[in-house]
Write a protein that binds this ligand. Structure first.
Ligand SMILES: Nc1ncnc2c1ncn2[C@@H]1O[C@H](COP(=O)(O)OP(=O)(O)O)[C@@H](O)[C@H]1O
Ligand SMILES: [Mg+2]
Length: 223
């Protein structure tokens, strides 16, 4: 599976500017292949999250296209795209997306429960929680978790469906060094098992785990 962006760009409206819009990502090409672990570093505000969300099918580009294999994903209707995301793309977004009324275990199982009626893969979810070091919290509610524990829950959830593409936005933010290594090792392992993995981060803690490091600066990607 290959994720490919062609001339993808994003403008946001911005009040008070002479042009009335602001280019967060200038037209760029990007390829993410199976088995590769790529990192994009860059300062806060450089456009990393904007690019990642466009690659994830979550943010429609102002120009250009995103292809999953040969499928132009933004040509799909919202329902088909949602299904494709659920099956193929594991997204670890910046910020929190936990459902507060569900337990940690139920949150991790959610991507499965959304589209499947059969018995959810609890053992797999528990194994993932164990690998990110929060198995003891599986019956807790998200509001009982620290920021770092919520990030780790989001990582377990993103990996549940064994997606062929894993996109992680600052996955180690707020984690201590031990858990940073645990999370990056897990993402590395996913790449070694054939997933295409992209991490964006303003830190350089992931450099040892990756195949490629790119830098984003002012909406432009540099090799
Ligand atoms: N929804 C939005 N509306 C307007 N501006 C935005 C929006 N999202 C991001 N931006 C702007 O785009 C730029 C890049 O943001 P972002 O992609 O979040 O950067 P990073 O993830 O590298 O910190 C920032 O200047 C930010 O203010
Ligand atoms: Mg960001």
């Amino acid at each position: 599976m290959i994720l490919r962006a062609e001339e993808v760009k994003k403008d946001f409206p911005r009040a008070g500017k002479s042009s009335n819009y602001f280019t967060a990502v200038y037209p760029l090409d990007f390829v993410l292949e199976s088995g590769q672990f790529t990192v994009i570093t860059g300062k806060s505000g450089s456009g990393k999250s904007t690019l990642l969300n466009m690659l994830a099918g979550m943010l429609t580009p102002s120009g250009g296209k995103v292809f999953l294999d040969d499928q132009d994903i933004y040509s799909l209707d919202e329902k088909t795209l949602a299904r494709l995301r659920n099956e193929k793309i594991g997204l670890i977004p910046q910020g929190h997306t936990a459902l507060l009324s569900l337990t940690v275990l139920e949150n991790v199982l959610l991507p499965y429960i959304l589209y499947n009626k059969a018995q959810p893969p609890e053992k797999k979810a528990k194994d993932l929680l164990d690998q990110v070091g929060i198995a003891s919290l599986m019956e807790a509610r998200p509001n009982e978790l620290s920021g770092g524990e919520l990030r780790r829950m989001a990582i377990a959830r993103a990996m549940l469906m064994e997606p062929s593409i894993l996109l992680a936005d600052e996955p180690t933010a707020g984690l201590d060094s031990e858990n940073t290594i645990a999370v990056l090792s897990l993402l590395r392992q996913a790449a070694d098992e054939g997933a295409a993995v992209l991490v964006v981060t303003h830190e350089n803690e992931a450099d040892h785990f990756t195949d490629h490091v790119l830098t984003m600066d002012g909406g432009r990607l540099k090799g």
